[in-house]
Every structure is written in structure tokens, then in C-alpha cells.
Design a protein around this ligand. Sequence first.
Ligand code: SF4
Length: 95
Amino acid sequence: MADIADKLPENVPGKYYVDDQCIDCDVCRDTSPANFMRDDENGYSYVWKQPETAEERELCEEALMACPVEAIGDDGAGEGESNEVSKENELVGSW
Ligand code: SF4
């Protein structure tokens, strides 16, 4: 399963992302070319556009399921929010 802590920096913010386990196999780019792109310099894929239609969402889900090393995650939405909340809780807890 993809780990958001290992998310590649090229991913656009949002639900889907690729982490550093990617082996550049081309499956996601082939499945959902509107959302996944290759970083030619580093030799991996990343999400360059989050899905905007039902069809794109379906294809991203398909790519996630098909990735041979499970490098695609779908828990990127709201990233940062939970950190903020936990920081707030820490502050509240320190009083
Ligand atoms: S399917 Fe997985 S391993 Fe293959 S290029 Fe996409 S993210 Fe990388």
C-alpha cells in the first residue's frame, strides 16, 4: 500500500498520489493518461492532474488497483489538515 509519507514531490495536491515505490512500469500512464505522467528525469510516474470526472475517477481507481507495486495511494485528500489538527491538540494539551 502506498505511504503518504513517501509521496513524490511532483504529485499535485489531492486524493491520488504516487509514492517512491514506483518502478516506472507505465501501467498507470497507460490506464489513465489524463491523470498520470512520467517524470523523465527521475524515471517514475506521478499524478499531474487529479480526476475531475466520474470516468477519470474510475480510471484512477483502476490504475491504483493495477499498479504492480502498490505505489498509488488514494488518501492524499486533506493531507496537512490532520497535521494541523494534531498540532492544535498538542498546543491545547500543553496548557
Ligand atoms: S503503475 Fe505503479 S509502478 Fe507502474 S508507473 Fe504507475 S505508479 Fe509506477
